[in-house]
Design a protein around this ligand. Structure first.
Ligand SMILES: [Zn+2]
Length: 403
């Protein structure tokens, strides 16, 4: 039994000042409104001046500290082992558009990590695919040569890029790779306005995936139709999607308007201006917005360092990660910094910030027994010291960080 005593506890509806949290057998056994000693034999940590929040759940992580999730069989475990340092206790490994072999390798690793979770590593959730079926006009740093039109059943033909060995694959080979690893695929980002895109939306939903609108040039009406068909997720709201204008609400307008969609928001204060972050949070509320990092292998590395994103070279700059031509390529954000942005720059109450970083993504992904500080739930939590710096991260009640 572990007693975390004297810390401010960020519960789903309030902050308990100088309370205690009791962990037993990997679960939160009790939450007390004062600093307690706990039973004889319990390990008691005096955490006066600390803040405890639920462990962060990041549904959009490409990589970290030099590792990209498409780097091969060991990449998923490598990222999972490094994330607790930043307060993350569960994450969706996120691919950029890639070939079927690279995708299959990643999904096999996801399945293995889920069957045999590593101690002191963030829990690996089903993957998030920023898929091959996005709009080339809105692809950002996604490798253009790997983009495909949704396979049209009636056409039944294979589209291949010419003269590029790595790009020698057809869209239906991607569908086959997904079908071969169904349970390892959670979220699929696509552009529903592509020819055949709505059929793909319906097929993926029927197969049990969570479909996200993203990297998309859809009009407002097209986005509304996709939402009506079951799209319940939006990939990095504002970034790489049609913007909101007075007579053309775009994908942004459709997502802000609809309670059926939970939106990702990159919370580094660079990808989305803090004024628009605040506006989106007011429009949708913190139960419909998930803080994400969109972190690349450049996250956690020094400015100027080179890393990879789906086989492309990226460079860490002072504000983000970029391709060598200057295209913004994911972020260098970590979840602890996202949390600080929400609290320090936007002035969000701790309860609301914790909801965006933990509770809402856990609920959206159906993680019924985690995502909040409450008796009976899994003891996934972050202990912050002064300045909201991560001091310790617990996963299923086990301290993940060495001191
Ligand atoms: Zn993206």
């Amino acid at each position: 039994m572990i007693v975390l005593a004297g810390a401010d506890l960020v519960l789903p509806d309030r902050v308990v000042p100088a309370g205690s949290l009791v962990i037993d057998a990997g679960r939160i056994l009790a939450i007390e409104s004062r600093s307690i000693d706990g039973p004889a034999g319990a390990t008691r940590l005096d955490l006066a001046g600390h803040v405890i929040v639920p462990g962060f759940v990041d549904v959009h992580v490409h990589g970290l500290e030099g590792i990209d999730v498409l780097d091969g069989a060991a990449a998923i475990a490598g990222v999972a082992a490094r994330l607790p340092k930043y307060g993350v206790t569960a994450f969706c490994p996120t691919s950029v558009a890639c070939g079927p072999a690279a995708l299959a390798t990643m999904l096999i690793a996801v399945g293995a990590a889920r069957r045999s979770p590593a101690a002191r590593s963030a829990r690996v959730l089903p993957a998030h695919l920023e898929s091959n079926f996005i709009n080339p006009e809105w692809s950002g740093a996604q490798p253009r040569r790997c983009l495909r039109r949704p396979p049209q059943k009636a056409e039944g033909r294979r589209q291949k890029a010419q003269g590029d060995a790595e790009a020698e694959f057809a869209g239906d080979e991607i569908l086959a790779a997904i079908a071969a690893a169904r349970e390892s695929v959670g979220i699929i980002t696509l552009a529903p306005e592509l020819p055949g895109g709505m059929d793909l939306v319906r097929d993926f939903i029927a197969a049990g995936h969570r479909v996200s609108i993203g990297h998309t040039g859809a009009t407002y009406d097209e986005a509304r139709a996709a939402i009506a068909a079951g799209v319940g997720h939006a990939t990095h709201l504002f970034n790489r999607m049609t913007p909101m204008a007075s007579r053309a609400p775009g994908v942004v307008g459709a997502v802000l308007e609809s309670d059926a969609v939970a939106a990702e928001l990159i919370c580094d204060g660079f990808h989305v201006h803090p004024a628009l972050m605040a506006t989106a949070i007011r429009a949708k509320g913190t139960r419909r917005i998930m803080a994400i990092t969109d972190a690349t292998a450049g996250a956690g590395l020094a400015v100027g360092t080179r890393a990879r994103l789906g086989g492309q070279t990226i460079v860490v700059t002072g504000r983000t990660a970029e391709l060598e031509d200057g295209t913004v390529a994911g972020s260098v954000l970590t979840m602890d910094a996202a949390f600080r942005t929400l609290v320090d720059r936007l002035g969000l109450p701790l309860v609301e910030a914790a909801r965006m970083c933990a509770t809402t993504p856990a609920a959206e992904l159906g993680l019924a027994d985690r995502g909040a500080l409450a008796s009976g739930l899994a003891a996934d939590l972050v202990v912050f010291g002064p300045g909201l710096r991560v001091r310790q991260t617990y996963i299923d009640g086990v301290a993940a960080l060495e001191h």
